[in-house]
Structure formats: C-alpha cells, structure tokens
Design a protein around this ligand. Structure first.
Ligand code: 13P
Length: 253
C-alpha cells in the first residue's frame, strides 16, 4: 500500500450528542497513530459538534443535494455541510441508491456540486448478490462508476476516493475473498487510470467496505489495490473502530 491507509467511519443514521465521547476517543487515539488517516461521517445533526470536538481526524457528511440551494424542504446542500465543518461527503452509497432511488446520473450531479463547493468526495459503488452470482460483478461496478463519476479537471487523487462496497457484504458479516476484492480493485484502478490519467488515476484511493471488523481488517486491507476501509457498524464505538485503525497501522508500508 503506497499511501497511508485511510479508514473512514460511516455512522449512517446512528448517533446523538451522547456519542460525541466516542468521536473524542477516536480522535485522541488517532493522534498517536499517524500512520493511518482516520475520518468520521456522522449524521448531519452531529457534523458541527464532531468538528468542534476533534483535532486530528477528518469529518464528513453522508450525502448532500445536487442543487446548490433552493426550495428543497428537508434537504441539505454541499455548502451547508462544508459550513458545518465537513471536508468531504460520501455519495452514491447503496443505501441511498436503494432507499432513495438515487440513479447514477443523480450521484454524478451530486458529485459535481460537492466538488464545486470545495468538498472532497467518497464515491461508492458495489454489486448485488445476484450480479455477483451471475459473474457480472466487475462489469456492473465499472459501468456504475463510469456513469456516476464526475469529470475532474484537476488532480483527481486530491479530491476523489472510490469505495467498493458489495451490497451483500454490508451489515451481513460476509465478505468477499481477498482475491475477489483484489480483482475488483484492479478493475477500478484501471478505470480510474483511463478516466483520470496514469498519475492521478493511479493515485486515487480505493477503499473496501462491507463487514470490516478489527479481526478481518488486516486480511481485507492486504488485498491488491486496497487503500483503506469504509466502516459502518464497527465504527460506532471507539473500541471497535480503533481496533480497525490499529490493525491498519500494522500493515507493512
Ligand atoms: P458495515 O461495516 O456495517 O457492513 O457497513 C459498511 C458500509 O455500508 C459503510 O458505508
């Protein structure tokens, strides 16, 4: 792994202010684990509070609207999350694609708006179990990415991270083999190089997500072209999340 491993916690729809102590503990420990880049994406309601509590870790949002502002009751814009302290936004998560009908075109529009506002993005992709069983996982994921990724004129690696999260591995305790992860990540790398050029595309970070836990981190992150992890359930307590961060710190340079 060339870069420092990047470990991002996605709190999803979990967390009230009582969880700020977890963010503080994660931040404090991360100050001693400089070999790993750590970030948290709390729900919108906690972005500002987490941002105020932490010194070392990155803070991000889990979504934003594709329009800059306007009459969109209940929605939150890229500029708003930036103002609250977010530096990045997760876009195209399968839970948004499935539960909110987000299409590739909408994810791309959100990505362009977020980048325009000055946020970095973590763009998610991943296949269903049916597609995996049918042997179509790589075709599906590369097509999904081609249709969802924004055009990036500057250095893509500075503003874009891709997260491969097979839907069937999210919250299930099941994970692909290291070979399958490596093969998918190589396909994503080759697409990134095609789209963004050898240098930028070669440096875009590609995270794995789906049932990452302290005891499988080392194996999953050792797979080819894996630059870190996007963690759901195991990011909700400092104890389990730091178990993952510590395991990532043990990876050979
Ligand atoms: P789990 O780690 O709970 O499987 O969730 C993964 C995920 O969806 C992170 O975005």
């Amino acid at each position: 792994m060339a870069e420092r491993p990047y470990i991002v916690g996605n709190w999803k729809m979990n967390g009230t202010r009582s969880m700020l102590s977890e963010a503080r503990a994660i931040d404090r420990a991360s100050q001693r684990l400089m070999k790993v880049e750590v970030a948290l994406a709390p729900p919108f309601t906690l972005i500002h509070a987490v941002h105020k509590e932490v010194q070392q870790i990155g803070v991000g949002a889990q979504d934003c609207h594709h329009m800059e502002d306007g009459a969109f009751t209940g929605d939150v814009s890229a500029a708003m999350v930036l103002d609250a302290g977010a530096k990045f936004v997760i876009l195209g998560h399968s839970e948004r694609r499935q539960n909110h009908g987000e299409t590739d075109a909408l994810v791309k529009a959100k990505a362009e708006t977020a980048l325009g506002a000055g946020l970095r993005i973590i763009l998610c992709c991943g296949e269903s179990e049916e597609l995996r069983d049918a042997g179509n996982a790589e075709n599906f994921v590369t097509s999904q990415l081609k249709a969802s990724l924004p055009e990036i004129a500057a250095n893509a690696a500075e503003v874009l991270t891709i997260a491969y999260e097979p839907i069937w591995a999210i919250g299930t305790g099941r994970t692909p083999t290291a070979e399958d992860i490596g093969s998918m990540h190589r396909a994503i790398r080759s697409l990134a190089v095609d789209l963004f050029g050898e240098e930028s595309g070669g440096a875009v970070r590609i995270l794995y997500g789906g049932s990452v836990k302290p005891d499988n981190t080392l194996e999953l992150l050792a797979a080819d072209e894996v630059g870190g992890a996007l963690v759901g359930g195991a990011s909700l307590t400092a104890e389990s999340f730091l178990g993952i961060v510590l395991a990532a710190a043990d990876l050979p340079d």
